[in-house]
Design a protein around this ligand. Sequence first.
Ligand SMILES: Nc1ncnc2c1ncn2[C@@H]1O[C@H](COP(=O)(O)OP(=O)(O)OP(=O)(O)O)[C@@H](O)[C@H]1O
Length: 232
Amino acid sequence: MIIASNVTKTFGKLKALDNVSVTCNRGQTIALIGPNGSGKTTLIKSILGMVVPDSGFITFDQHNILHNWMYRERIGYMPQIGRYPDNMTIAQVFTMMRDIRKNPAATDEELISEFGLNEMMQKKMRTLSGGTRQKVSAALAFLFNPDVLILDEPTAGLDPVASEVLKQKIIREKQKGKLILITSHILSELDDVVSEIIYMQDGKLQFHKSLEQLQEDTGEMKLAKAFAQIMK
Ligand SMILES: Nc1ncnc2c1ncn2[C@@H]1O[C@H](COP(=O)(O)OP(=O)(O)OP(=O)(O)O)[C@@H](O)[C@H]1O
């Protein structure tokens, strides 16, 4: 569904992505794991067309994404830090997103109600706590029922109840056969969710394996323990 072929991106002298090739298919829930600065967000932004690779290319359903932005409608993106107009209320942000989309098919408002956002729709974005802002970002990512979800550290700042709500939502969407890409440093959160692991370091793809393969290779069932083995 999404294929990155030999993607390289440099910022000045720094190679944020170094000849990265990955294939992500429908029905997979992929954890994108790696130390700070290893290129995870740059890879995500390249897939979204927000960063243009210096070389290599990315296809979405066999079409090169360059100059062909319609595929973006099929992706729900939850950024690491959501930025919204300060003076807009939550309600206005949702209305704006619906207006931009023009003719959205049936929307998915499950997270809006499960996060209790309906009760705070009149609050201004600048007054929200970090966690509530994350809830708005998550609800927006799922709103248009996209085929692909890209979630960049989705549970950062969420309380345990909200994290669990989001995790259960991810599992439900996974069961519908969507492609879900998640970055997180909290490996214990990914255990029940992911089917595949992409591991990056210094802008390079170290490996892309199924969870079963990783468990078999390391003899560990839990992701955190498997990575402790790998990083020894
Ligand atoms: N717009 C930019 N200009 C300059 N350097 C950048 C830019 N975006 C990313 N980088 C650099 O590219 C490298 C990879 O960054 P990236 O955000 O992709 O890492 P990451 O794996 O997502 O890290 P984290 O786990 O901290 O979120 C870092 O060294 C970062 O400073």
